[in-house]
Design a protein around this ligand. Structure first.
Ligand code: ADP
Ligand code: MG
Length: 246
């Protein structure tokens, strides 16, 4: 077996298959630049580390389940003036994930709540965190399915594997008592161990009615309010404005 084949085989054996395709190029680079042994080792390992990192980020991005690509870079703070770029940038040290004050975006439809939470979610993934984005409705549905199978706890534990769970559009639709209860169980578990971003069109005062059962609503609201940074977003709907401009 020639030397390169042997190296390739060892790469496969060590699960370094991605190195095989770039090896000729890296060898050429080493040759052309007269790299030292140490520099070449660094080049080789650096490539593998970057490759694995990119793969992990891509996987986490896919698992996050963002419905659309909404990077923070495309958010226009001239339109949305009830929050500043600095306020959002300050969140990107992810102290809110590490030390768990949750974030709540409250405001009418179209003011950018979902856009901001996806944008922050994308940055969190880039910073190495595991993120899940889900609408409140789909979360409640999946909790219900799990509950019917007697696997609510398992499902909640699985959701608690994420560092950050974004619950979008809480309060848009009413849900039944069991739905509320399941969601409470989830928020309760997340609140202790993980971080939440919540978007809602409802002011807290109206949450009681949305949660149907005040006994369930009050503890959820208390917990969330005590440990959250709340951003009240206002202004004109971006969608409507752009419709009129069109
Ligand atoms: P909300 O969740 O508050 O109802 P969205 O975040 O879904 O609103 O915003 C509605 C649409 O308008 C989305 O396509 C979003 O990208 C866009 N949008 C809202 N606010 C802004 C903004 N300030 N800059 C750029 N796009 C925005
Ligand atoms: Mg939204």
């Amino acid at each position: 077996m020639c030397a390169i084949e042997q190296v390739n085989q060892q790469c496969r054996h060590l699960n370094l298959a991605s190195l095989i395709t770039v090896l000729p190029e890296l060898l050429q680079q080493a040759e052309a630049n007269e790299l030292s042994y140490l520099q070449y080792t660094d080049l080789l390992l650096g490539h593998e580390v970057r490759q694995r990192n990119d793969k992990r980020l891509a996987t986490n991005r896919r698992k996050a389940g963002f419905p659309v690509e909404k990077p923070l870079e495309s958010f226009d703070y001239r339109h949305q003036t009830t929050i500043t770029k600095r306020q959002i940038n300050q969140l990107l040290d992810f102290d809110f994930v590490d030390n768990r004050p949750n974030l709540i975006f409250i405001g009418p439809p179209g003011v950018g709540k979902t856009h901001l939470s996806i944008g922050i979610g994308i940055k969190a993934i880039e910073a190495g965190y595991k993120v899940l984005f889900a609408s409140a409705l789909s979360l409640v549905e999946s909790l219900e399915v799990a509950e019917l199978k007697g696997e609510l706890k398992k499902k909640i534990n699985a959701l608690c594997k994420y560092d950050l769970v974004i619950i979008d559009e809480l309060g848009y639709l009413p849900m039944n008592k069991q739905g509320n209860y399941n969601l409470f169980q989830l928020i309760n578990a997340l609140y202790e161990y993980r971080s939440i971003i919540l978007t809602t069109n409802k002011d807290f005062t109206a949450w009681g009615e949305f949660f149907v059962d005040e006994n369930v609503a009050v503890p959820i609201i208390d917990r969330l309010i005590q440990h959250s940074r709340i951003f009240m977003l206002g202004g004109e709907s971006y969608r409507l404005k752009h419709k009129t401009n069109a």
